[in-house]
Design a protein around this ligand. Sequence first.
Ligand SMILES: [Fe+2]
Ligand SMILES: [Fe+2]
Length: 200
Amino acid sequence: MSQSHADNAPQAKFKAMTEGSQEDWMAIASQFLPFAANGGKRVLDHLRLLDGDYGGFPVDRLEHSLQTATRAFKDGRDEEYVVCALLHDIGDTLGAYNHPDIAAAILKPFVSEKNHWMVEKHGIFQGYYFFHFLGMDRDMRDQYKDHPYYNYTHEFCEKYDQAAFDAKYESMPLEAFEPMVMKLFETPKNSVYGPAAGVE
Ligand SMILES: [Fe+2]
Ligand SMILES: [Fe+2]
């Protein structure tokens, strides 16, 4: 089936990448940057999938995300941290068995190594509060006790994540966080595609 854009955006002409030309790649590159810079919008759209998804918890997963982010924001955390708090469970819909990895992968090009590690490992640290109820080891986090980000990640779970299941808490609306998300995803700090995005 032949495919072409309804708009007049340029398209590459190759059938296989081995036939690719400079012109083809200029056509693709011209559309990559605006698309990539709008990543925050797609992330927010995906986050909204958590709306109404309770999974047995006292609040749905979107409310839990908003509550985690609101608690971090009101505690004076910087925007990057607040966005990490907002998105830490975004992987719940796609990665039932490894949701922290999904959030960590999405955030990786845009955040510090410390915040990335915190998001990636939050599932194991959060387990301290419930793994023992499920026949698991609540101290699984101890494997990282000498890691430089251990206390930082423990603090995230203790102050914000494990505390964000209060159905009576007044969370900030998602709209309040949208500008922070849009801004964070506009420009990568580190990515193999960085040079194409004008970032070293
Ligand atoms: Fe989580
Ligand atoms: Fe969480």
